[in-house]
Design a protein around this ligand. Structure first.
Ligand code: ZN
Length: 361
């Protein structure tokens, strides 16, 4: 495909976009026009012959429907009024399809456009690349609905709710890899969504030296943590191990329930749980891998199951209560452990914990 450009290689222009999108706190976006490209490769997936605008990123062209995008993006709507050129038809006559050149990565743009082109989205299985592209470009082009949906997707997983978090099978959404926690932290920084930071940073503490390298995006650029967040993860990594071990020690403390009818046997059982914990810690280098001493927020049965323990009913109930309380305390302190402040983080999940905290203070 080739097109005629109005102003190839001309001065860069800046467009002021007025809009009521206060939520993004973006009064204007700076739209810098990239150098003129006259030869464009039509995208195999998103090039519709009857499309009414061609968006060009790098050397890839996406011919899509202007009206659909204009409805969702005040920023793109404003750009459509000032195209950078027009597609020339084969005979060079009709100039019907305007061309807009963008500075974005074609990979990101493809993710964004897929969402708006009919029947192309399977929102339930959003990949990290799609969420990341839709949040970054959604913010830039003021696509508030898309931006909000993707931010909500992250908030739903990287939740502030203990029960929801511990109900997840994995620390990352099913379509994300462990390394994508780095990207989630960066998206939290970009969007100001502080509430997703504690769990995303916690997930980063699981990464080993990979945390320094980050991961490679589809366009070849590297996604890594900022220096401050990297420092937070290093500090938090050891802290997470410490508090997890302390919580397990409290849970299996060899003091039996007041109602216990078989005291010595239950005391021996609790001591054996502590020995199993000790073996887990010393058999491998626990500090290297927080999850080796069990998921800090998961049940203590990762150390020793209730069947293995063989406690009497009242002692088992007591251990379950201790375990839940220890994990909820850890949850309440999570922002502090990973070194961030989150307004309204549920500090105390249960009333008795509040009382205990007051007593401690
Ligand atoms: Zn007992």
């Amino acid at each position: 495909m080739s097109y005629s450009a109005h102003n190839p290689g001309g001065p860069r222009k800046r467009a002021r976009i007025d809009s009521a999108v206060d939520i993004l706190k973006a009064e204007y976006v700076e739209l810098t026009i990239p150098p003129a490209v006259t030869h464009v490769t039509e995208d195999a997936e998103l090039w519709f012959e009857d499309g009414t605008v061609a968006l060009v990123a790098g050397e890839i062209g996406f011919r899509v429907y202007q009206g659909l995008l204009a409805d969702h993006s005040p920023a793109l709507k404003a750009m459509f009024a000032h195209p950078d050129g027009y597609i020339s038809s084969d005979d060079g006559s009709a100039q019907t399809c305007p061309v807009i050149r963008l500075l974005d990565s074609p990979h990101d743009l493809r993710h964004l456009l897929r969402v708006y082109m009919p029947a192309l989205i399977a929102a339930k299985a959003l990949t990290f690349d799609a969420v990341s592209a839709c949040i970054r470009l959604g913010k830039k082009y003021q696509m508030t609905e898309l931006y909000s949906e993707c931010a909500q997707f992250l908030r739903n997983h990287y939740t502030t709710d203990f029960d929801r978090w511990t109900g997840h099978a994995y620390w990352a959404p099913p379509s994300f890899s462990d390394l994508h926690a780095i990207g989630v932290v960066n998206l939290a920084r970009l969007t100001g969504e502080a509430s997703i930071l504690p769990t995303a940073l916690l997930a980063c503490t699981l990464l080993r030296s990979d945390i320094l390298r980050g991961f490679t995006r589809a366009d070849g650029t590297q996604e890594i943590l900022g220096a401050e967040d990297l420092a937070r993860c290093f500090d938090a990594k050891a802290r997470v191990v410490e508090v997890t071990i302390a919580a397990r020690l409290r849970t299996f403390h060899p003091e039996v329930s007041a109602q216990c009818k078989s005291g010595p046997r239950c005391r021996v059982a609790l001591c054996s749980a502590l020995r199993m914990l000790e073996q887990k810690i010393s058999s491998r280098q626990a500090a290297e891998e927080p999850r080796r001493v069990g998921d800090p927020l998961g049940p203590a049965t990762s150390v020793c199951s209730y069947d293995q323990l063989g406690l009497c009913t009242t002692c088992e109930d007591m251990v379950r209560v201790r375990d839940l309380q220890a994990r909820k305390e850890l949850w309440n302190r999570l922002p502090e452990i990973v070194g961030v402040e989150v307004a309204g983080w549920p500090r105390a999940v249960r009333a008795e914990e509040e009382e205990e905290e007051e007593e401690e203070e």
